[in-house]
Design a protein around this ligand. Sequence first.
Ligand code: DMJ
Length: 645
Amino acid sequence: MTTPALLPLSGRRIPTLSPGASSFPHHRATLRLSEKFILLLILSAFITLCFGAFFFLPDNSKHKRFDLGLEDVLIPHIEPGKEGRHSGGQVIHGQGGHDEHRHREEEESLRDKIRADHERALQEAKEKLRKSKEELRAEIQTEKTKVAEDLKKKDGPKPLPPVPMPKLVGINDGDPGDPDVKEKRDKIREMMKHAWDSYRQYGWGHNELKPIAKKGHSTNIFGNSQMGATIVDALDTLYIMGLHDEFKDGQEWIEQNLDFSVNAEVSVFEVNIRFIGGLLAAYYLSGQEVFKVKAVQLAEKLLPAFNTPTGIPWAMVNLKSGVGHNWGWASAGSSILAEFGTLHMEFVHLTYLTGNPAYYQKVMHIRKLLAKMDRPNGLYPNYLNPRTGRWGQHHTSVGGLGDSFYEYLLKAWLMSDKTDTEARKTYDDAIEAIERHLIRKSNGGLTFIGEWKNGHLERKMGHLTCFAGGMFALGADGSPDDKAGHYLQLGAEIAHTCHESYDRTVLKLGPEAFKFDSGLEAVAVRQNEKYYILRPEVIETYWYMWRFTHDPKYRQWGWEAAQAIDKYCRVSGGFSGVKDVYSSNPTYDDVQQSFFLAETLKYLYLLFSSDELLPLENWVFNTEAHPLPVLHLGNLTLPGSQDQR
Ligand code: DMJ
C-alpha cells in the first residue's frame, strides 16, 4: 500500500529522552568545556603548591641522627661479618658510616623522582591550558565517543536463542535454459547493477537517490532518518541475482552504520515491509546472523506504536522516544487498514526467530479486533480510529490504503503451511464482498476493480490495485467451492486490464490511476494521475500469472515494460520516475524509489528465471517482494499462540 507521502503530517513533535539509558557515564563524558577549564586550573594550582611546598620542607638529612632509633627498627640488621645485597645492587658491609651514606643516597634519589613527577604533571597541565578550544573540544569528543562505544559494547546485541532454520528450498541460480530468455534476464541484471552502482556512487547511506541531481533523497515515511533504505530493500535482489560483491558491500554498511536509535518519526508500515522484511529475507537467503539481529532490534523500536487504547498501532512512531501518532490527512485521526493490516508475515517470523510472543500477539490482537467489528456490506473500510476502535470514512479500496491488508490475509495462510485457516476464511469472505461490490466489466470488456466511497462505486483503478491480479491467482488454489479456475481467470483479466493501461500510453508505461468512465477505458484523465514512479504491481502480476499458467504473453508483456523503463526512465545517475506517460517528451520526477530495486527489478528477474528459483510452495513474498520461507511448524506452536485461542 502506498500512502500519499507528500501530504503534510500532523505536526506533533516530541522532545526526546532515551528511555532506560544509563546517565552516569554519559554525564562524565559530557562535562562542559568551561567546567573542564576550571578543573584544569585548580589542578595546576594544586600541583604548583605541592611543588613549592616540597622545597620549603626542612632538610631531612640534618636530623638523621634522631631518626636512627626508628630506622633501627625498620631496617633489618645485618650481622657483622655477614654480607648481603640491598637495593641498587650495592654491597653493604654492616652498619655505621656506610648506612648513613646509603640513606642519604636513597633520599636523594627519592627526591629526584618526586621532583621529576611534579615537573611532568606541571608540564602536562600547562600543555592542556595551551590547547585551543577546538583541540580540547576534539579531545572531549574522542573521550565521549569512547565512552559511548564502551557502553554499546556492554549493552550490545545479545545472541538470540537458536531456532531450527525453516526448510529453505530453491536458493539457486534459476537459469532459464533458453538463451533468448537468459539474454533478457542478463539485461534486467544489468539494470539492477546500474541502479545500485548509481546509488552507491551518489546516494550511499541515504534512503533513496535523486538520479538527476545525483545526490541522496528521502521522504516523510522515513522521518528525518538516514537509514540506507535502498541498501536494505535491495539486498535480497542482489543476492538472488548473484551480485555478491554488491551484497557484501551492503552487508558491511549495515554492520557498521545501521542504527535505529535515531530521533526520527517513521512509518511503522513502511519500515516493517522494507526494513524488517528486507532484513529477514537477507537473513534467510544468506544465513548471515547480522540481518536477523538488526531486524529484531528494529522491531523492538516499533512495538511502542501499539500502545494505543485499542492495540491498533499508530501509523508513525518516533524510533527514539517511542511516541506515536497518525497521519494528519487520515480520516478522523484514523490508522490505515493497509498499514496496521500489513504486519502479520514479518511479525510471525520475528516470534519464530526470537521466541518472543509479543510480535505474534500484537498482530493476532488486530485480527481478533477486526473480526468482531461490523463491516458495511461485508467490506473493510480503509480507516479505523485507534482510540475509539470505530471505523472512519466508509471508503474501501483494493489499491492504496487497503491493498496489502487483503494480500496478508492470504499470505498468512500460505506462510503457515496452510494451517492458519482463520486467515484463509477471512480472506475468502473479504474477496467475496469485493467481487460483489467493487469488481466490474467495462463496456469495452475490461475487468476492473473500482473504489467504494460511502455506498458509491468510483470507476477508477490505481496502478497499486494491479497487484490484485497476482493475488487472485495465488489464492486460487484452496479457494472455497472449488472456484480455483474462476480466480485464476479473474487474475488473468486483471493482468490484461493493467497491460492495457500500459499499452494505451505513449511511453508504454502505466499511469498512477486510470478511469472506466464516459467512454474512457484504462486511461488517466487528471494530470496528477499520469505519472509512473517505477512501481512494480503490474509486473508483479505478470510474474504470478507466468508461474501459474506459463502463458508466454506474460513474459512478452514483462519485456515490453522492462524496455520502456530502460528507454524512458534510465538516466546516467540511475533510474527516475516520469511525470506524464502520455507525453513523448516526459519530465523526470528525479527519484529512484527503493522499491524499484526491491520489487520491480526482482519480479522482472524472476519472470525470466526458471520456476526452481524460490518456488511458491516454499516461499511467500511480502508486499515489498521480500521472500520469507513457509513455516512448516508441524506439531510445534508459536510462543503466545495458545493465549490467543
Ligand atoms: C511498495 O512499497 C509495496 O508494494 C507496497 O505494498 C505498495 N506499493 C509500493 C510500491 O508501489
